[in-house]
Design a protein around this ligand. Structure first.
Ligand code: HAM
Length: 426
């Protein structure tokens, strides 16, 4: 039987995983600078968490969740996103009680959505995300947005577009909701089946519909920005002022509504404008979710965050032709010939690795020439040769591969010698 990986998943192989490691390192370091701490939550949760957190009327909950009943008869779901889990952990672990507020968290991890796979849309993908809980200062909205933008910029992306909107507070949303119902009701029958349902459950979601995008009623739909009350308007103005202060360019898009139910006030997405990026241009999305902690059983606590997938980030880097500075060369390869020398080679490999040097050797009993070829293929910076003659004299021959220079070094000095050479950047 020829078993393949499930549709919408991928194997990350050596040569590619180095890119992931590099990206994760840059992002972790970025979070350290912004003082966000890492949180790791389970990959599966009780289904109810996402029904309540992400929202019953969203596509994610209605069509895309990997849900199953476990052997204990519980309904379990592979997490489709990270925010609901982080908020659950925040409440369950009473993180709101810590003196350090706001609670600033980041995470990496696989997410699962049963979507139609295409380039940039996977059924298992890895999200990097941040959540800041406990502050409704618009400056933290700007901080979260700046972190997202800097993540991309630091990795070398240039063709970025930041799109922001305000979804307002509850009062503004209620008024807007009514306006949408009044607006779409007369043409209900002309809308797609999903939108007819959305009109009852969550009319704002209609604005996000791909099928009805060209419908005249869609183009003339009332905008949330016209329904923001004074407080919501002032909040949005402040966020924009802070972004201006940091010199972060943005475009206001009154139709940006986001696909999850928990949002209010600030909503944003970052798009790639790189040519050849593909049909899906959204790189990341986020926003404020002031009611979510309470909805999930915690005290009234505001929150804001964003997430993006590493898959789309790497696609964007490729589309922009950005190479990552990954050193694929091996520090040292040890070549040995003969039974006796093998023992010395094993001892030396172990000693050098213990000293922090990256070392490999032959394990296929290759001839001398083939061992050199292997060292070349691995782009070894140094090759150490131990033959019968070297063994008798208790020395090794060290060859610096880029210059071809050869030196004889005593067994006892080789660790120090190589360490010095490598630190010298040779
Ligand atoms: P989202 O817009 O559903 O928001 O997803 C955020 C990002 O995850 C997307 O912009 C994209 O980079 C990536 N993504 C989503 N679905 C896929 C997929 N099928 N394949 C590849 N990448 C994908 C959220 O998940 C919210 N939790 C973001 C958030 C955090 N809001 C506040 N805090």
């Amino acid at each position: 039987m020829n078993i393949k990986a499930p549709r919408g998943t991928q194997d990350l192989l050596p040569g590619y995983t180095e890119k992931w490691q590099y990206v994760e390192k840059v992002l972790t370091d970025l979070c350290r600078r912004y003082d966000y701490k890492e949180i790791r939550t389970p990959i599966f949760e009780h289904t109810e968490l996402f029904q309540r957190g992400v929202g019953d009327s969203t596509d994610i909950v209605q069509k895309e969740m990997y849900t199953f009943t476990d052997r204990g008869d519980r309904s379990i779901t592979l997490r489709p996103e990270g925010t609901a889990s982080v908020v659950r952990a925040f409440v369950e672990n009473k993180m709101f009680g810590s003196a350090n507020q706001p609670t600033k968290l980041f995470y990496f991890g696989p997410m699962f959505r049963y979507e139609r796979p295409q380039q940039g849309r996977m059924r298992q993908f890895v999200q990097f995300g941040v959540e800041a809980l406990g502050s409704d200062d618009p400056a933290i909205d700007a901080e979260v947005i700046s972190l997202a933008m800097e993540a991309y910029q630091q990795l070398g992306l240039r063709s970025l577009k930041l799109v922001i909107n305000s979804l307002g507070d509850t009062e503004s949303r209620t008024n807007h909701r009514q306006a949408l119902i009044d607006h779409f009701k007369p043409v209900k029958e002309e809308l797609c089946e999903d939108c007819q349902l959305r009109l009852e459950q969550n009319p704002m979601r209609i604005l996000d519909c791909k099928k009805d995008r060209e419908h005249p009623a869609m183009l003339a739909a009332p905008s949330i920005l016209d329904y923001l009350n004074e407080d919501s308007m002032a909040y949005f103005e402040k966020v924009k002022q802070y972004l201006d202060a940091m010199g972060i360019a943005y475009v206001v898009d009154k139709n940006l509504v986001r696909g999850l139910d928990y949002y209010n006030h600030t909503a944003f997405e970052i798009m790639s404008e790189a040519e050849g990026f593909g049909a899906i241009t959204t790189l990341s999305g986020g926003g404020r979710y002031n009611g979510l902690v309470q909805d999930l059983g915690g005290p009234e606590t505001p929150g804001i965050g964003f997430a993006f997938s590493i898959e789309r980030l790497l696609m964007a880097l490729e589309a922009e032709g950005v190479g990552l500075p990954i050193d694929e060369a091996l520090d040292c390869y040890i070549i040995s010939m003969g039974e006796e020398t093998n023992i010395e080679a094993v001892r030396l490999t172990y000693a050098l690795r213990k000293a922090g040097i990256q070392v490999d050797k032959d394990y296929l009993d290759k001839k001398f020439k083939a061992q050199f070829k292997a060292a070349d293929r691995k782009r070894a910076k140094y090759v150490i040769v131990i033959g019968e003659d070297e063994l008798t004299r208790q020395i090794v021959t060290v060859k610096q591969m880029d210059t071809g220079e050869q030196t004889e070094i005593a067994f006892k000095d080789i660790v120090d010698y190589l360490q010095e050479q490598l630190q010298g950047g040779k």
